[in-house]
Ligand binder design. Structure first.
Ligand code: PNW
Length: 469
């Protein structure tokens, strides 16, 4: 039996825009994702999140399903434009009431709420009127919004995540333009990342200065990173893999743990990489009580042969290939999910060990992990064996890392239910609960039934002994 530490946090995660629906209900206004998905061609089949899983109206039913699962913690995000429709100024009392009700419902069932303040749904007015994350003023707007949340919810909420995956906001939102606000640039990702870090820092400063002593909670940030395995044992490939990880995760985590961007980024990006002022560093350095990590997959990394005919835009470099100069490849033998993300439990172990070594073994939470599959609901059952084995393999890898001393304190499955998978619309199913998008009925998949036992037993008997971890 693979046993996990006492008090290990067993959770599942969602985000506001992906599940809530109720897009125009009770005074909510649009976010950049509402606008983006309503532009023809930006999402699969023109899917929008106007209704999504209708969690806004079905939250009690959903909390009941969480209770049935025995979930210890539920990570969800707040829709900023439900709380502050213009992104600044007036508060919408019905938005506050919704999250109060959700929090109370969770606590009634002994489920600990984990709140993400920003999971990509910026109030549209802040984009159209203020240039969104490009404008240094956004740090103050974000801190003001965060303060509203701490003030209204912090008496009951003890776990805060400022931002979800700033890398995605920078790279997919402002580099490749496939996510809202749909901008394509080689420079904006670095500018936006800088403001995201400042905004995170300001929110944390406010929490620590005004709320933390009384409310006794913890606050941190969640970053995403894939594993990069050196293609060969050569020093050049090992350097390439390290460089790739520093451009991916070090970009956001180094400022927080060390007070500056990685040297390799400063050397390669030059003047296009913004510089922190002393005040910025005071805000950002040491600004996370824990290390939140979203992790799904990995690729081989190798140095680029300058004479080779390089295919630049290999998936994974995020459009900043020229800055990193890392060639990424997949092994055709790797099993893939419907996102075409390889299933690599051993990459998870290596990544969390890398994090632990680089950042001084901080308290670490995997705030997302899971996979998209072509699930079919047949006779009330979803036989998602691959998902169950995916989670099992990744948890076995986590267990191995724990034995090596990594300070892993919790694991959240992405996602609690099938939902609006951004540009992929409803075509990718990540849930451990199946959602029928016609009836909006939810059904626990077999992976959920298995996960329920893992939570109850605080561990599991490994059923896939050959899994490489
Ligand atoms: C994360 N990539 O997104 C998000 O936090 C979730 O909202 C999302 O549903 C989940 O992972 C599954 O996609 C990512 O292309 C989206 O590298 C895309 C990438 C990474 C993370």
């Amino acid at each position: 039996m693979l046993k996990f530490p006492k008090d290990f946090v067993w959770g599942s995660a969602t985000s506001s825009h992906q599940i809530e629906g109720g897009a125009a209900q009770d005074g909510r206004s649009w976010s950049i994702w509402d606008a983006h998905s309503h532009i023809p061609g930006r999402t699969h089949k023109g899917d929008t999140a106007d209704v999504a899983c209708d969690h806004y109206n079905k939250y009690k039913e959903d909390v009941r399903l969480m209770a049935d699962l025995g979930l210890k913690a539920y990570r969800f995000s707040i829709s900023w434009s439900r709380i502050q429709p213009d992104g600044q100024g007036d508060i919408n009392p019905k938005g506050i009431a919704f999250y109060n009700n959700l929090i109370d419902e969770l606590l009634k069932h002994n489920i600990t709420p984990w709140i993400t303040l920003y999971h990509w749904d910026l109030p549209l007015a802040l984009q159209t009127e203020k240039d969104g994350w490009l404008n240094p003023e956004i740090a103050d707007s974000f801190a003001q919004y965060a303060g509203i949340c701490f003030g209204h919810f912090g008496d009951r909420v003890k776990n805060w995540i400022t931002l979800n995956e700033p890398w995605v906001v920078a790279i997919l939102g402002h580099g490749e333009g496939i996510f809202a606000p749909g901008r394509k640039s080689k420079d904006e990702p670095y500018q936006v990342a800088h403001q995201l870090l400042r905004a995170h820092g300001k929110a944390v400063q406010l929490y620590r200065g005004k709320y933390q002593t009384a409310q006794k909670g913890q606050i941190g940030i969640t970053n995403n990173c894939d594993w990069r395995e050196p293609l060969t044992n050569s020093e050049a490939d090992k350097d390439a893999a390290q460089r790739s990880l520093e451009f991916f995760l070090g970009w956001f985590a180094d400022p927080i743990y060390f007070g500056d961007y990685p040297q390799v980024m400063k050397d390669r990006v030059g003047d296009r990489l913004p510089k922190f002022t002393k005040e910025d560093i005071a805000l950002i350095k040491g600004s996370s009580d824990f290390f939140g990590l979203n992790h799904y997959t990995g690729l081989y990394a190798s140095d680029v042969d300058p004479d080779a005919d390089v295919q630049n835009e290999v998936y994974g470099n995020g459009g900043i290939f020229e800055d990193q100069y890392v060639q990424l490849t997949a092994d055709p033998k790797w099993e893939m999910t419907t996102m075409k993300w390889a299933i690599l439990p051993w990459g998870c172990r290596k990544l969390i060990e890398w994090v632990s070594n680089r950042y001084g073994n901080p308290p670490l939470y995997i705030t997302e992990n899971g996979c998209a599959l072509d699930d079919k609901l047949e006779n009330g059952e979803v036989k998602d064996t691959v998902r169950k084995e995916y989670i099992e393999g990744y948890l076995a890898a986590c267990h191995k890392a724990l034995q090596k001393g990594v300070n892993l304190k919790g694991y959240f499955v992405w996602s609690f239910m099938d939902n609006f998978e951004w540009a992929h619309g409803y075509s990718k199913r990540f849930g451990i609960h199946y959602v029928d998008y016609t009836t909006l009925e939810r059904t626990p998949k077999n992976s959920a039934l298995w996960f329920k036992h893992v939570i109850a037993d605080n561990g599991f008997e490994l059923s896939i002994p050959d899994v490489k971890i």
